[in-house]
Structures are given as structure tokens and as C-alpha cells.
Design a protein around this ligand. Sequence first.
Ligand code: FE2
Length: 179
Amino acid sequence: MKYWKRIKIDYEEEIRKKSLELITKHSNILDRSQFKGSFINMPPEFVKFNTAIDHALEPYGRVCVKAGIYLMWNNLDAIPHIDDQEAVARVNIPLLNCEGTSTIFYDNVQTKTLLLPTGASYHAVVNTDYHEVDRVEINSPTILRISAPHSIVMNEARAPRLTLTLTLTPDISDLLDYD
Ligand SMILES: [Fe+2]
């Protein structure tokens, strides 16, 4: 089973630029005093105004049904977890300070479902005897198997770390195992 795969995304720079513009000029997401949790579901307008997202996904026959932001200020913001169960895999695009950071995958986990104050739910790993099985640096668009347990280790001297995470239909997990 593959946990991640690089993916070529047309309009990558345009998507990054527009996403950062929407986040910095039209939200208070980067105001640390307003931080309520690392996974932030964006409103439908975010995808609507970020028209390059669906253009970029056309060659893959996918449509973006939901965009989220993953925001970290320190390493406690991404302890081992499984994302909510809506998707098997998602496309992640680096936005800020992702260089030198690692998304780490694990096996042998037990989880407990928790609800973040942002409204997003996730499944936190509650045991400690899990094992690392793979890791990847999100330095370019990457499909991640977010239905497998994972954590993120960032460089805390360079905060915040920010990624755009796209939920697609049909689910993009089939491309993980397709060479
Ligand atoms: Fe996650």
C-alpha cells in the first residue's frame, strides 16, 4: 500500500497565490490568537473564487468538493491521527513553511474520535506503541493517504506551517496505486 505520491498540478503557483490571498486578506486564520485547531474547513466560496483548482483537476477527471487548510504553529498541532472518514486520500499543496517538514505514516494504532472547535472531526491515536512505516516532505503537490495514521513534524522556528488540502470526487486514492 502506498501512503503518498507526487502529483503534477497545472496552475500550481496560481492556486498557491490565490489561496494565500484569500486566507490573508479575507480571513483571520493566520491570527494566532484566533487559533482553534489545525484542520480548518474552508467555505464553498474558497473553491469558487480559486477557479484554477478545478481547472487543474480536470486532466485527472476530478472535481474539488471541499478545500481545507492545515495550519500548524508547533508540533503539538499534528500529533498522530487519522483524518475524518469522508475521504481516503487528499491532494495536499504546500502554502507556507513546508520545506524540511515531514508527514510521517504509522501502523499499529488505536484511535479515538474527537471534534475540533473548528468543526472538523478526526481520530486521534491513543496508544504509544505505533511504528513509522513511511514519511514524505510536502515540498510539492502530493497525494496523501489521510485515512492511514499520520503526523506532521514541522520546523518550529518557521511558523506557521500551512498546507492546502483538497477533497476530490471521485476520491483520488486510486492514483496512489497506479504507476
Ligand atoms: Fe491529517
